[in-house]
Design a protein around this ligand. Structure first.
Ligand code: HEC
Length: 202
C-alpha cells in the first residue's frame, strides 16, 4: 500500500518537474489559423519544451543515489552549509599543520554538534530515510576533533579529522538533492512546517 502511494508520488513528480517550462496552448483551443490536417506545425511546439527537461531527466537516471527532497531555499541553504563544512575542514588541517590548537578547536566548532545543528539536520533529512542519522553521526565525529585539540593530541586530532571526512564522503555516496515544490515537500515529509521560517535569524 505504502509502495503504491510512493509510486504515484514519483509518477506525479516526473510530470510536475517539467511543468515550469511554458507549454503551448492545447490544440483544442487553437483557432483555424493552422489546419488540423497539417502535421508539421503541430509537432514542433510540443517537442521543443520537452527537450528542456531531458538533461535533468538524463542526470536523474544516471545518479542513483537516494534523493533528499528539498524546497529550493532549503537546497540552497544546504549547499551553503556544505561549502562552510569544507571551509571548516580546510581550516582544521591548516591549523593542525601549525599546531595552533586554539584555532583547530575554533574551526572544529563550525561543524560540531549543537542543538541548532540537530534541528537543521532533522529538517533537511525529513524526506530521506537515514539522512538525519548520518548527519548527526558526522557532527559527533567532529566533536572528537575539538576534544583532541583541547588535549593537544595531534595524532588523535588527525584521526578524528579523517574519521569526520569519511562521514562526508559516505553521505555524498548515498544521497543527492532533489529540488521539489512546497506541496511535494509536504507530501514527501508529512510536514506542514514552512521551511522559509528556518531562515529567520540566520
Ligand atoms: C548527511 C549527509 C552529508 C554530510 C555528512 C555531508 N554532506 Fe556535503 N552534501 C550532501 C548533499 C546531499 C549534497 C548535495 C549533493 C547534490 O548536489 O545533489 C552535498 C554537497 C556538498 C558540496 C557541494 C556544494 C555545492 O555547492 O553544490 C560540498 C562542497 C560538500 N557537500 C562538502 C561536505 C563536507 C566537506 C562535508 C564534511 C565535512 C560534508 N559535505 C558532509 C550531504 C552531506
Amino acid at each position: 500500500m505504502k509502495t503504491k502511494v510512493w509510486l504515484v508520488v514519483a509518477a506525479l513528480l516526473v510530470f510536475t518537474a517539467c511543468e515550469q517550462t511554458p507549454k503551448p496552448a492545447p490544440k483544442s483551443v487553437e483557432t483555424d489559423a493552422q489546419p488540423a490536417t497539417d502535421p508539421a506545425p503541430q509537432e514542433s511546439p510540443t517537442s521543443a519544451p520537452a527537450s528542456n527537461c531531458a538533461p535533468l531527466d538524463e542526470l536523474a537516471a544516471m545518479d542513483n543515489r537516494k534523493p533528499v527532497p528539498l524546497q529550493p531555499m532549503m537546497a540552497w541553504h544546504q549547499k551553503q552549509n556544505m561549502m562552510e563544512h569544507l571551509v571548516a575542514i580546510q581550516k582544521i588541517t591548516d591549523r593542525l599543520a601549525k599546531d595552533d590548537w586554539e584555532a583547530v578547536a575554533k574551526a572544529s566548532a563550525m561543524i560540531e554538534s549543537s542543538p541548532q545543528m540537530q534541528q537543521m539536520c532533522q529538517h533537511m533529512g525529513a524526506g530521506a530515510e537515514g539522512f538525519t542519522e548520518l548527519a548527526l553521526e558526522f557532527h559527533k565525529r567532529a566533536d572528537k576533533i575539538g576534544e583532541a585539540a583541547k588535549a593537544k593530541d595531534k595524532k588523535a586530532a588527525l584521526a578524528a579529522t579523517s574519521h569526520t571526512i569519511e562521514a562526508c564522503t559516505s553521505c555524498h555516496a548515498t544521497y543527492r538533492q532533489e529540488v521539489v515544490d512546497a506541496a511535494t515537500w509536504q507530501a514527501r515529509t508529512g510536514s506542514d512546517h514552512d521551511p522559509s521560517q528556518m531562515h529567520h535569524g540566520h
